[in-house]
Design a protein around this ligand. Sequence first.
Ligand code: 3PG
Length: 212
Amino acid sequence: MKTIAEQFYQYGVVPVVVLEDAKDAVRLAKALMDGGLPCAEVTFRTEAAEDAIRLMCKEYPDMLVGAGTVLTIDQVDRAVAAGARFIVSPGFDPEIVDYCLEKDIPVFPGCITPSEVAQAAKRGIEVVKFFPAEQAGGVAMIRSLAAPYTGMKFMPTGGISAKNLRDYLECDKILCCGGSWMVKSDLIHQGEFDRIRDLTREAVELADTSNH
Ligand code: 3PG
């Protein structure tokens, strides 16, 4: 069975989902699956996250569903109880990271400085999130940051879209990219799940035809 990191690498893209209402969760999951991306990072930016994760996992047990924007231990527990198979945080919070490592929960903390990457590397973590990617220096910054930490791979998110996805994926330090461009909130609110499926398919094609 593939590790979470291996699955991220295989997909190349991890949709970052913000759901206001858990009732949209299953239709959104279907659109992602139909578009060829059986994967989602459901962010705890909304109250609906926990229920959304539970519903997606129940309906699509083979889908790789995790939790994003995890800021507290309580959210780790709630996400995992709902079925989340990985935890992503925007920054490096040692308390959350150590809690996940103790419990063998795959965790991808955000790191945009050498000091943060060092903290992750010291704990044996091999993949970190890089957020907000575009604003923090994009691919050039990732290349420089990765140089001293040869075993570390990055999962950039923030400002990535169909326009620059391939530039990121062509960097060998990048495991996969996260992004919300194919699952924008207004598309979800307006029930445009066919459009979400099409944007997802486009992202998959871009990833598949890049030098990733
Ligand atoms: C995240 O939570 O990882 C980012 O907010 C996603 O960034 P994007 O909305 O610019 O894709």
